[in-house]
Design a protein. Sequence first.
Length: 289
Amino acid sequence: MTGQTRRQLRGLFDHGCVTVNDQPCGETFARVKEGDRVTVTLDPHRQYHEKTPEWKSSAFRLVHEDEHLLIVDKAPHVLSVPTTEGPSSKPGNKTLLDAVEQYVSRKDKRAHAHVVHRLDRGVSGLLVFAKRADIASTLKDQFAEHKPEREYLAIVMGELKKEHGTFRSHMATAANLDRYSTKTPIEGKAELAITHYLVDRGLKGATLVRVKLETGKRNQIRVHFAEAGHPVLGDPRYGKSLGPHPRWRSRRMALHAARLGFTHPVTGKAVKFEAPLPEPFEKFIAECG
């Protein structure tokens, strides 16, 4: 009827050119019945390009994007970057970096996502990726100097005695790759780790805490709270000593990167982002608050 290609026809639907009984029809597969009036209105000299479908990924939710960087809300159980060993090394197992790369290459096949920092596999929340290597380098310098504001929300086992506090230790790696604290550096191999916390609210058999990192070492929050006798709920590595909380039914860890702030590497402006509390957290707080 229109002489258009299939792609152009989908563009007509996307741009509101098709109505059924004077109501816009945005679905090419919509059913019509006898007596329906279908109207197509178009400018024959215009190209109605099909709109790019909304991006959906099980690995992340897009929080912000500009021409220089992306902010994503990472899902739990997703590795941030590929590793030489473990699940991500197996064919078909995608990482967050894979998913973000796939997203940025939709419009430009030459585009890439560059890693700036990471989250543990079981942790959800905010991460920044750069679209160019030089921008990633600038952002990494900020993280190396501990300039970005990073706040996590964690639900930990038991009741903390102090409303606020700081964990400070040198963190080393055992032969099985577990992390642990030492009071002094071991031949320069232990890294200084500083974690600040503030109690948000007490819960039945647990505590919701706000955690700010002064340093960002692997497993830092998990190790510090576990060594203090308050492991993060659902932590499969450092939370075994006290066993599971009877009301934490989720398979994920109760640790979420909720806020991220830094200086934009191009504009020089301070930017801040927030990720909403995950549903398992909300359910647990409602039940145990």
